[in-house]
Write a protein of this length. Structure first.
Length: 273
């Protein structure tokens, strides 16, 4: 497990790599489509290659599972993580990056003993580095990070909701009678979790996140005091097992607000024909 001094060194690696590999290419890059229809750029590959080299040199005992690897390789690594396994999304928000939209980041998590133990998410546009250690707290640019400004009422909450992957009845209910004050969706899952962590939004819903999407961000959010996690279905219990299967993500700034949010979601789906 990493110590705080090692986490700070990890942050420095990620920050330097993002500035040189991502920001140097921002607004000067062409994009292509992968087999699954998602977007990829040379920046994704350059960032993954660089961090793989640097992490291997500093922590040779830990393997790396990157988004831009073959699925068979990802499955093999997760099935046998050894002493530790890095989980990397080298460019979370590639569609934004390719379109010139300044909302994207790097997500890096360390998995040991079946759980995420350390996390770094860096936003190179805003120069915000979020980090966390399991049981040790969360930080933003080195300062302790705690969720704040959480309303008691769902009606007073700002929501972060990705409509694309939600079931039809839930989309319609949110479009015609959302229970919160206002809603946003910016296109970077890792930063979504971090914005919940620092109180920029207070309720969160995403219908299908992959391991590299949520691994770092979820730890940062929960270590900051936010509440939530991953689900197999909207009415299931929280999932602890790390898997490559996409998961539903639900969170809120407090346990009370999460209870109200999940009850509203469950009521909508139970009433659907």
């Amino acid at each position: 497990m990493l110590r705080k001094t090692e986490l700070d060194r990890l942050c420095a690696f990620v920050i330097a790599a993002a500035r040189e590999e991502l920001m140097s290419r921002f607004e000067h890059v062409s994009a292509a489509c992968k087999d699954d229809g998602s977007v990829i750029t040379e920046a994704d590959l350059a960032m993954q290659d660089r961090l793989q080299r640097e992490l291997s040199a500093q922590w040779p005992a830990f393997a790396l599972l990157g988004e831009e690897m073959a699925a068979s390789e990802q499955e093999a690594l997760l099935a046998d993580p050894g002493r530790g396994l890095w989980c990397l999304d080298p460019l979370d928000g590639t569609s934004n990056f390719a379109a010139g939209i300044p909302f994207f980041g790097v997500s890096l998590a360390l998995i040991q003993d079946g759980a995420v133990q350390a996390a770094v998410v860096y936003d190179p546009v805003r120069e915000e580095c979020f980090s966390a250690l399991r049981g040790g707290g969360a930080w933003l640019n080195g300062a302790p990070l705690r969720t704040s400004g959480v309303p008691e009422s769902l009606a007073d909450a700002m929501a972060m909701v990705d409509l694309k992957r939600l079931p039809g009845p839930l989309i319609r209910a949110l479009a015609t009678g959302a229970p919160y004050r206002s809603q946003r969706s910016f296109g970077s899952v890792a930063l979504d979790w971090c914005w919940v962590a620092c109180g920029r939004c207070q309720v969160y819903l995403h219908g299908g996140q992959k391991l590299w999407d949520y691994a770092a961000g979820q730890l940062i959010a929960t270590e900051s005091g936010a509440v939530g996690g991953l689900l197999h279905s909207y009415d299931s219990a929280w999932l602890d097992q790390l898997t490559l299967t996409p998961r539903i993500a639900v969170a809120a700034g407090s346990a009370e607000l999460l209870h109200k949010w999940r009850n509203w979601i469950g009521g909508v789906l139970a009433a659907a024909p």
